[in-house]
Design a protein around this ligand. Structure first.
Ligand code: PL4
Length: 411
């Protein structure tokens, strides 16, 4: 019989977000009267805005005409979209042919592992978006779950003690470092000095940074960098993944991109850009042509204005949640320049607090321990939701009693 990929056997359990969905369904089935509100999965809720929606509609309409029809396109994406991303979001700091359009950041994070294979040592911020670690386990760059982490993953704790910025001395030599800012799940945003230190450390160690900027459009402080390529020297040591999901609500439409600079080289001196081009043309068939026309509309002046409105709206939700947690006396960070809040509930496990909040307030959250060992005792609140739901959730949170046992707290 065919042997199973050992990476699959090494994965601890189900992926975090389906597990949350499972527990929500279980609670709903047992409590059919409960009006459950989700502040859990970071999933956009607001309708597409008019100019961007019109771009998608026009893209679909054109496909129904002889002149406008198109089939397969370039795997790397439409030239017009690549040029617009380079100009509108990177102010020319990257070239259009260094932008590879994709069906989303998560998909590219998975495919990027093909560049480095199983022999690479991987470091992640702890806590971090689970795909970095789970993807590394799948490809064999990390081994089995060992109780508090996966073998071969270097967890870089990001806690209040280090102001949620990792100890850069721990970056593995010639390794891969995943770094996310604004951060999922903590909402912490690295400043220019911190990213300058990160780039310097990566270069000194011969490491490559995979910089996840999926929430960059939530940055309102003009002094904070939105891209790693704002930092001198990053072109020699970094790849950036990004997405239209959270800035314009394309979570279901599916559109993202990855920037691979031409200066980035392997130890052998060969070009990472050339290999990424090879991978994209081999195992990816390009993003939807309709989605790409929506992306082009999003980067026109009217689309960019709508992007600001959408992200302002979710940041408004974040401010409400932050105020509610403050009134409740729960210490938290994030929610400013980021759509996530990271709340500390010392003395309880994350899954216990998750169950207590679900049972008492009928609110779904995300347990911090799902993002890594340093997330234990924390809860992530997502600011993605309809305003009325977020307001109602905040009212309910004010009545939350910490430590009150919840029958559903199984872990
Ligand atoms: C639920 C740091 C959310 N089913 O939509 P994409 O693929 O362009 O971007 C995914 C992504 C990439 N990078 C970061 C992210 O936080 C996300 C989305 N994360 C969350 O709640 O943490 C959605 C998760 C989705 C999943 O399984 O990833």
């Amino acid at each position: 019989m065919l042997a199973r990929n050992p990476g699959l056997a090494n994965l601890k359990a189900g992926y975090l977000f389906p597990e949350i969905g499972r527990r929500r369904r279980e609670f709903a089935a047992a409590n059919p009267q409960a009006k459950i509100i989700s502040l859990g999965i970071g999933n956009t809720t607001e309708p597409l805005t008019p100019h961007i929606d019109a771009g998608l509609v026009e893209g679909a309409r054109r496909l129904g005409t002889v002149e406008g029809y198109s089939g397969y396109g370039d795997e790397q994406g439409m030239t017009r979209l690549r040029e617009r991303i380079a100009a509108a979001l990177y102010a020319g700091k990257v070239a259009a042919d260094e932008v590879f359009v994709s069906d989303g950041a998560k998909c590219d994070i998975g495919r990027l592992q093909l560049l480095f294979g199983r022999g690479v040592e991987v470091a992640v911020q702890d806590p971090s978006y689970p795909v970095y670690v789970d993807g590394s386990v799948l490809i064999g760059a990390a081994g089995a779950w060992g109780g508090s982490g996966y073998a071969g993953i270097r967890y870089l704790p990001c806690t209040a003690a280090n102001n949620y910025f990792p100890d850069l001395a721990q970056i593995p030599a010639n390794g891969l470092v995943y770094f996310c800012s604004p951060n999922n799940p903590t909402g912490a945003v690295a400043d220019r000095a911190q990213l300058t230190a990160l780039v310097a450390a990566a270069r000194a160690k011969g490491a490559v940074i995979v910089y996840d900027a999926a929430y960059a459009e939530y940055i309102r402080d003009p002094g904070l960098p939105k891209s790693i390529f704002e930092i001198p020297g990053a072109r020699e040591c970094a790849i950036e993944v990004n997405s239209f999901s959270k800035p314009v609500g394309f979570t279901g439409v599916r559109l993202g991109w990855t920037v691979v600079p031409k200066e980035l080289k392997y130890a052998s001196g060969e070009s990472v850009w050339a290999d990424w081009n090879r991978i994209c043309t081999t195992v990816f068939n390009g993003a939807s042509n309709i989605a790409q026309l929506g992306g082009i509309a999003a980067l026109e002046p009217a689309g960019l204005a709508e992007m600001s409105q959408i992200t302002d709206f979710y940041l408004g939700n974040a401010a409400l949640i932050r105020t509610a947690l403050g009134k409740l006396g729960v210490p938290c960070i994030g929610g400013v320049n980021a759509p996530y809040l990271w709340a500390h509930f010392p003395g309880s496990t994350s899954w216990e607090v998750f169950a207590q909040i679900l049972e008492q307030c009928h609110i779904v959250t995300t347990p911090g321990s799902g993002f890594g060992p340093a997330g234990e005792g924390f809860i992530r609140f997502s600011a993605f939701g309809h305003r009325a739901d977020v307001e109602e959730a905040c009212r309910r949170l004010l009545g939350f009693q910490r430590g009150k046992p919840a029958a559903a707290a199984s872990k």
